[in-house]
Design a protein. Structure first.
Length: 392
């Protein structure tokens, strides 16, 4: 039997989903698990979003549609961008697809094997995975807790070579919750322009901001007409992770290539799912604010409880839906810590190195859970870690 293609040699997958598989097996065996491993809220989508899906199904919206996305959703995204960022892209600049597909297709369309893409370390695991299987060199910019995990443009600039084709920035950031300043965002945009490099701005957490933080986008520099691509979607800000609904805004010629690629692999996203996006973008601001206020209270509870555990320190993230506690005081590596708390406390977390070498000494936990889960899980971890400390 002949082997697989060389492309498969670089496949890494998503570590979070591998942990999810293990957790599901534990639950199926009857074990109680406190789940903080995946970035998935246990809060339902808004009722009007669910109603939109039902209405679309009743209306027979179950056939093939434009691979680039239905026009009502692309128009809604253009209107939302105008409200949020101050410019209105043309619908031809918008492509509808799962957000992770945007990462994949942007890299495939603008970076050749052996060329380079730059992103933060720690950073989203999918950036690492896609670069790996495509044979693209991942050049990582360290981000530090002492700098609130913000990417410093001065650290980025020396890493650019004649092989650099793409820079990826994420603000708010996964896994750390770091939020870049306006000056930092715009400086990265200037660097991309000066060096003639594509810039992918991952803005999937743009709605998930706290403590009077504002969202800034490098797209204001070129309105996504030259080199900037926005990645966004509905999983995080609207609790619609299972819908797999996202989008890209970018230069028209690049969006056309990405849409052709999406057409080749997926044909199109289901139209009834796309109508859910139209409805989500019409959500009243007061409902959005109420949800973010709830997230902030859960964040504050998680941070407080983690800081009460010996050996753990946890700074307060300004965005996203994760905490990234420092666990070096326990004397354990990130993987040892994750294995211990899962086995002994039934708490599922993601080891920091899943997001790059810079994640060692940390773990990621999604705090969009109910209060009781956070309280019970942190109490269980405190007990286990206290007992482990006595035996060390």
């Amino acid at each position: 039997m002949k082997g697989f293609s060389k492309l498969t040699d670089g496949l890494l997958g998503q570590p979070m989903l591998e942990i999810l598989t293990s957790v599901c097996a534990m639950e199926a065996a009857g074990k109680k698990v406190y789940r903080f491993e995946v970035g998935d809220a246990n809060i339902d989508p808004y009722p009007h979003v669910i109603d939109a899906v039902k209405a679309a199904l009743d209306a027979g919206d179950t056939k093939y549609v434009d691979s680039q996305g239905i026009l009502p959703l692309r128009e809604s995204i253009c209107d939302y961008t105008k409200r949020k960022l101050g410019f209105r892209p043309d619908p031809s600049q918008v492509a509808i697809m799962p957000s992770n597909s945007v990462i994949d297709f942007v890299m495939r369309c603008v970076v050749n094997p052996g060329e380079e893409v730059i992103f933060s370390d720690p950073g989203f695991a999918v950036y690492i995975a896609v670069a790996s299987y495509l044979g693209i060199k991942a050049v990582k910019v360290p981000v530090w807790e002492k700098n609130d995990f913000r990417l410093n443009p001065d650290d980025l600039l020396p890493l650019i070579t004649d092989k650099t084709r793409l820079i990826i920035i994420t603000s708010p950031q996964n896994p750390t919750g770091g939020v870049m300043t306006e000056a930092e965002i715009l400086r990265v945009a200037e660097i991309a322009r000066e060096k003639d490099i594509y810039l992918l701005s991952d803005e999937i957490y743009a709605e998930n901001l706290y403590d009077s933080c504002c969202h800034y986008s490098p797209s204001v520099m070129d309105q996504c007409r030259e080199r900037t691509i926005i990645l966004s979607g509905f999983s995080k800000g609207h609790s619609m992770s299972g819908f797999r609904l996202g989008y890209a805004i970018g230069p028209t010629d690049l969006i056309a290539k990405m849409s052709q690629m999406f057409e080749t692999v997926y044909t199109c996203l289901p139209p009834f799912i796309q109508h859910a996006g139209v409805s989500a973008l019409s959500t009243p601001p007061e409902l959005m604010k109420a949800r973010i206020d709830r997230y902030r209270k859960l964040r504050d509870l998680m941070v407080a409880r983690l800081n009460d555990i010996p050996g753990i320190t946890c700074s307060t993230p300004k965005g996203a839906i994760y905490v990234f506690p420092n666990i070096t005081g326990t004397g354990l590596t990130s993987r040892e810590f994750a294995n211990l708390v899962l086995e002994k406390a039934g708490v599922a977390v993601v080891p920091g190195p899943c997001f790059g070498d810079g994640g060692e000494g940390y773990v990621r936990m999604c705090y969009v859970r109910d209060e009781a889960t956070i309280e019970e899980a942190c109490a269980a971890m405190k007990k286990v870690l206290t007992e482990a400390k006595r035996t060390m």
